[in-house]
Design a protein around this ligand. Structure first.
Ligand code: SF4
Ligand code: SF4
Length: 471
């Protein structure tokens, strides 16, 4: 007599198919009527295999469900830890360094973590990275990344272009160093676009540097928060520069990053302005991570509205995908990419794994938001990495260590959320971002519904979409 139980899963429907997202393997399986009947029977608790599989077809379905891990013998119903799937034994080789080439900015955006209470790095840190420090960072990346064949440097700020005189030679130096060591290196840069000149645009284009522009939408939305220190909005300064950039640089997609506040929740009109009128290829929305209490913070009603807006943008994405067209809603395309690749995360992001951030003075931190914060530093570009600190971070940061996440069905895709947000909200980067869990689960369910609809209606799109993301 064998007692079986259903494993953790999230069931969902496409147009005609029924599917299940299995946890923690992130496997998606199609359920035929026999499999559905078995899982329905197991919803009320463990059952005898002989009772729920009485026909040869049902027995076959039960075996198939057991093979993919959707049912298991009843010898304990503890949630499966992710450890066996994804725990690194040692800190992995580096793949990406985010260089905070400056802490300075020519703007005074009202929600900026760099200048507000959300800042975790001390403000007395050097404002500009020197060329020497940037070279040392490149050397560190090259020396600590073997055997990886692809490396990445991301330039970040403050306003990145305020230290253009260091960005430019660093690209040239890193390219030479990567070539000498037989590796490929890719670059990306985030900017507020106020300092985009013809020379900068030309260089970015010639060097195929991936560009993300921080902009919050049409004039009114952007100028509500993104302002010079005298309160002037920046939209009229940046719109023509961005259009010029988009006219010159067509070798790779250019993305807009929108910080969403309680005042800018009309995401569909923001999206349509940025794609339709400005010409961006991709738009990604990031809810403001500031503590509650400020008038622009998003409250519970705001998060409901955010989800509703994401739902509409998702519907548009799916409708286009069924006609084999791509719509650049990057929150969804990132999620679909992870679902399609069957990603199982033990950590929420690359920070501390293959990715580290470098402060202007050369301190190496968990990511760009922690770099230079003392407590969270993992070494210095001149003296190397602190392996013990990296190891300790990976030990504590593993999703299995986050009690709140252990039974959550999205943990293989979420793994606890942003360390920086947890540090700001709870004073502990290892805390799960519990204030967002319901929202994250609802958004992941929406993403799975979209995935199912495309899988059923135009599976070829997912293959090409995968190539697009890789390219
Ligand atoms: S942070 Fe919340 S949503 Fe994310 S895995 Fe943990 S419990 Fe789930
Ligand atoms: S910790 Fe947060 S800010 Fe840093 S890389 Fe991860 S998700 Fe991004």
């Amino acid at each position: 007599m064998t007692v079986v139980h259903a494993a953790e899963m999230h069931r969902f429907r496409a147009k005609t198919q029924e599917l299940a997202f299995l946890v923690p393997s992130s496997l998606i399986v199609e359920l035929d009527p026999e499999a559905r009947a078995i899982l329905d029977a197991l919803e009320r608790g463990p059952r005898l295999a002989e009772e729920i599989a009485q026909t040869p077809e049902a027995l076959q379905a039960l075996r198939e469900l057991a093979r993919v891990g959707a049912v298991a013998r009843e010898d304990g119903v503890l949630p499966t830890p992710l450890s066996a799937l994804a725990r690194p034994v040692e800190p992995p080789p580096l793949s990406t360094l985010v260089l905070n080439v400056t802490n300075s900015c020519n703007l005074s955006c009202r929600y900026c973590y760099e200048y507000g209470e959300d800042r975790v790095a001390p403000s007395e840190a050097p404002a500009l990275m020197s060329e020497e420090t940037a070279r040392q960072a490149v050397d560190l990346l090259v020396s600590q990344s073997a055997p990886r064949a692809r490396l990445q440097i991301t330039f970040f700020g403050g306003e990145t272009l305020m230290n253009w005189k260091v960005v430019r030679p660093t690209v040239e130096y890193a390219r030479r160093r990567a070539l000498d060591s037989g590796r490929f290196i890719d670059f990306s840069l985030t900017t507020n676009a106020t300092l985009l000149t013809d020379e900068v645009i030309q260089f970015l284009s010639e060097n195929r540097i991936g560009i993300t522009v921080s902009i919050d939408g049409p004039r009114q939305a952007t100028d509500a928060m993104r302002v010079y220190s005298d309160g002037r909005g920046i939209y009229d300064v940046i719109a023509p520069r961005i259009k010029k950039l988009l006219a010159v640089e067509r070798s790779r997609p250019i993305g807009a990053r929108v910080t969403v506040t309680s005042r800018t929740l009309d995401l569909r009109s923001i999206f349509s302005h940025l794609v339709g009128e400005i010409g961006f290829d991709e738009v990604g929305f990031a809810p403001v991570t500031t503590a509650q209490g400020r008038d622009y913070a998003i409250d519970a009603n705001g998060y409901d509205r955010l989800l509703e807006e994401f739902r509409h943008l998702t519907d548009d994405f799916v409708a286009a995908a069924l006609e084999d067209r791509y719509v650049g809603f990057s929150n969804l395309s990132d999620l679909l990419g992870e679902i399609h690749q069957g990603v199982t995360k033990a950590y929420p992001c690359g920070a501390g794994l293959g990715l580290l951030g470098v402060a202007p003075g050369g301190d190496v931190g968990l990511c760009h938001r922690f770099a230079g914060s003392g407590d969270h530093d993992f070494g210095h570009v001149a003296t190397g990495l602190d392996v013990e600190k990296r190891r300790a971070h990976l030990e504590r940061g593993h999703v299995d260590k986050r009690t709140d996440c252990r039974t959550c069905w999205v943990r293989s895709l979420c793994a606890g959320g942003c360390y920086h947000e947890a540090q700001v909200r709870f004073g502990d980067r290892f805390k799960a971002n519990l204030h967002m869990c319901e929202w994250i689960r609802a958004w992941t369910a929406l993403g799975l519904d979209a995935y199912g609809a495309i899988l059923e209606g135009n599976p070829g799109f997912l293959e090409r979409f995968d190539e697009r993301k890789a390219g």
